[in-house]
Write a protein that binds this ligand. Structure first.
Ligand code: ADP
Length: 302
C-alpha cells in the first residue's frame, strides 16, 4: 500500500499565446478550474494506475475542497487522512499554458500550509503501515521530515519528488530511499547544472553521497537519468505530440511508485511511468489528463 502526503490545489488555468510580460495585460482563452496540486495529482495517478492509496492532505472548509475530496473517493483513494481546516481556503494555483505547451505557475498555499507535524502525528499509522511514502515540497517542510522519520522507523520506503525546487537539509535527504528531481530541482539541490548525461551523473553522485540509493532525474521529453549506487544511464521516454505538460512529472512519480509496489524491476517501473506520463502530456489539464492503468497497458502494447 502507498501513502501520499502532499498538496491539494484548485488550478485556475488559462491558455495564452505566450507568458504575460511584466506590466502587460494579455488576453487569454479557455479559462477553467481544474483539480491539481502535486500531492493530489500523484495520489490520483497512483490510484488510477493501480495502487492502493491513502492520501494525507488538507483542504479548506469550502465547496471546491469538498468537491475534490469526492473526486478522490471516485478514484478509490482513502480520504480519511484528508483534514478540513476551519476558516481557511483550499490551496489554489494560477496556471498559464502557452501555445508552446509550456506552463507557468503561481501558488497560494491556503489549507496546504496547515499540513504540520500535528496532522502527521494524527495519521502516523497510515505512514507506518504503508510499503511506500511518496511526498513533494508544496506543504511545510517540518511535517515532511517528520513523516520521513516515521517511515524510516517502520521500514516504509521514502520517495521524494523535490518539487517545487528548493534547498533541503541533509537530515531529510539522508532519510530518502529515492529522489526524483527534474533538471532544475537537481541543480538547486546539488549545484550541478544538468545539461547532459555526464552532468546528470555528477548530480546523481552528490545525491548518493547524501545517502540516497536511487536517483531519477527527469529530463522532460528526453526521459530520465537513472542511477542506482552510481551506475547511471538515460532511460528514454516515449515520443508523443505534447499539448500540455501539466502533471507530467506527477503522473511519472505516481506511475513509478505504483510499479515498484508491484515489485517490478526499476527499468520496467520507469517504462510504465514513462508511458503514463507520455499519455498525460497529450491531454490538457492536471488530474483530468492522468490515464488509467488499462490505457497505459494498451499504450505499452502498441
Ligand atoms: P516535470 O514536469 O516535473 O518538470 P519532466 O518535464 O522532467 O518533469 O517530465 C517528467 C516525465 O514526463 C518525463 O520523464 C517523461 O516520462 C514525461 N514527459 C514530459 N514531457 C514529455 C514529452 N514532451 N513527451 C513525452 N514524455 C514527456
Amino acid at each position: 500500500k502507498l501513502t501520499v502526503l502532499g498538496s491539494i490545489n484548485a488550478d485556475h488555468v488559462i491558455s495564452v499565446p505566450y507568458f504575460a510580460k511584466p506590466g502587460e495585460t494579455l488576453t487569454g482563452h479557455s479559462y477553467h478550474i481544474a483539480y491539481g496540486g502535486k500531492g493530489a495529482n500523484q495520489a490520483v495517478a497512483a490510484a488510477r494506475l493501480g495502487a492502493k492509496v491513502s492520501f494525507i492532505g488538507c483542504i479548506g472548509d469550502d465547496d471546491i475542497g469538498k468537491a475534490m475530496k469526492t473526486e478522490f473517493e471516485k478514484d478509490g483513494i482513502n480520504t480519511r487522512p484528508i483534514k478540513s481546516i476551519a476558516n481557511e481556503m483550499t490551496g489554489i494555483a494560477m496556471i498559464q499554458v502557452a501555445e508552446s505547451g509550456e506552463n507557468s505557475i503561481v501558488i497560494s498555499a491556503g489549507a496546504n500550509g496547515h499540513l504540520d507535524e500535528a496532522v502527521v502525528a494524527e495519521f502516523e499509522s497510515e505512514i507506518a503501515q504503508a510499503d511506500y511514502l511518496l511526498m513533494q515540497l508544496e506543504t511545510p517542510l517540518p511535517a515532511i521530515i517528520q513523516a520521513a522519520k516515521i517511515a524510516k522507523e517502520n521500514n516504509t520506503q521514502v520517495v521524494l519528488n523535490p518539487a517545487p525546487a528548493r534547498e533541503l537539509p541533509d537530515e531529510l535527504l539522508s532519510l530518502l530511499d529515492m529522489i526524483t528531481p527534474n533538471e532544475t530541482e537537481a541543480e538547486i539541490l546539488t549545484g550541478v547544472k544538468v545539461v547532459d548525461e555526464a552532468s546528470a551523473k555528477q548530480a546523481a553522485q552528490i545525491f548518493h553521497q547524501k545517502g540516497i540509493q536511487k536517483v531519477l532525474i527527469t529530463l522532460g521529453s528526453k526521459g530520465v537519468f537513472v542511477s542506482e549506487n552510481g551506475q547511471g544511464e538515460i532511460a528514454a521516454g516515449f515520443r508523443v505530440n505534447a499539448v500540455d505538460t501539466t502533471a507530467a512529472g506527477d503522473t511519472f512519480n505516481g506511475g513509478l511508485v505504483t510499479a515498484m509496489l508491484e515489485d517490478k524491476p526499476l527499468d520496467k517501473a520507469i517504462r510504465f511511468a514513462h508511458a503514463a506520463a507520455a499519455i498525460s502530456v497529450t491531454r490538457k489539464g492536471a488530474q483530468s489528463s492522468i490515464p488509467t492503468r488499462q490505457e497505459t497497458l494498451d499504450f505499452l502494447s502498441q
